[in-house]
Design a protein around this ligand. Structure first.
Ligand code: ADP
Ligand code: AMP
Length: 276
């Protein structure tokens, strides 16, 4: 057993070394900086009902790819907090579990993709698109930038599991970080682990508003799944598992990308394998 373990470790360190050198070569080939190699760019959306775990997983994706995380819900809540005319209008709709107009949210995403420097490394959209017209708006936006979406990942979960998740959710409004009273409690009660600032409960995170939000989801957002199934970039993962397992499912999707890139014939790895 000891010999086998040592041998596996030795092989792993050889593989790590080769991976590092391949990455450096690919970075040089793409003319980019190490953290922004083209193979590492991500353009994806997370679809799922309220409480599915979009806001929990998205920051991990952001960290992995150094991209931006755009959550239309967070953007709207920031307008509500600032009491802007849009915020006042949006608050009523949000508390009733309805959807803010397509034009407004499409405009918000467009503005971020054009001006937010973090989006240069790619983007992950959370809570957008929520209607088919929003999906069409996103496609048009990307077409004009000569870009395409790589993944539309659906976080699948039974409605019955969402009540406990939503009624126990605590958020740090400034960062969008979310906690859960039972499933992911902060180190100190009602306090953000990172800034020490107070956590709040969202005004729409109650059982009654959730019912309406779920009805809206099934009526208006479920067709977005069909939209991306047709384009071939849709993938579903089981979001009822614990957060670490959900993260592993996401990593498996990204690893699938790497395997494809390796098989495509244009990468350094395929050159090494004598395929091009
Ligand atoms: P969404 O952004 O999809 O509305 P969140 O990521 O904010 O959902 O998650 C909703 C609540 O459920 C949060 O309180 C979060 O801590 C908790 N949560 C997220 N993922 C899981 C999970 N896999 N298992 C249990 N609780 C989770
Ligand atoms: P979320 O934070 O994603 O749960 O969103 C909270 C609320 O903001 C939703 O219930 C909607 O009222 C509104 N909202 C967020 N994103 C969108 C969107 N893409 N389109 C329309 N309304 C949205």
């Amino acid at each position: 057993m000891g010999y086998l373990d040592d041998e596996v470790k030795r092989l792993q360190s050889i593989i790590d070394g080769i991976e590092g050198r391949v990455k450096a070569l690919e970075t040089r080939q793409s003319g980019g900086s190490p953290s922004k190699a083209t193979s590492e760019e991500i353009r994806m959306i997370l679809i799922g009902p309220p409480g599915a775990g979009k806001g929990t997983q998205a920051p991990k994706i952001k960290e992995k790819f150094s991209c931006c995380h755009l959550a239309t819900g967070d953007m709207l809540r920031s307008q509500v907090a600032k009491k802007t005319p849009l915020g006042r209008e949006a608050k009523k709709i949000m508390d009733q579990g309805g959807l803010v107009s397509d034009d407004i949210v499409i405009g918000m995403i467009k503005e971020e993709l054009e001006n937010n420097q973090e989006c240069k490394g790619g983007f992950i959209l959370d809570g957008f698109p929520r209607t088919v017209p929003q999906a069409e708006g996103l496609d048009a936006m990307l077409r004009s930038r000569n870009q395409t979406l790589q993944h539309a990942v659906e976080l699948q979960i039974d409605d019955a599991l969402l009540v406990a998740r939503i009624t126990g959710r605590l958020v740090h409004p400034a960062s969008g970080r979310s906690y859960h009273t039972t499933f992911n409690p902060p180190k100190k009660a009602m306090t953000d682990d990172v800034t020490g600032e107070p956590l709040i409960q969202r005004s729409d995170d109650n059982a009654e508003a959730l019912k309406k939000r779920l009805a809206t989801y099934h009526l208006q957002t479920a067709p977005v799944v069909g939209y991306y199934q047709k384009t071939g970039i849709w993938k579903a993962i089981d979001a009822s598992q614990e957060p670490g397992t959900v993260w592993k499912s996401l990593l498996a999707i990204f690893d699938g990308d790497k395997a494809k890139a390796g098989n495509a014939g244009s990468g350094i790895l395929s050159k090494l394998a004598g395929r091009s």
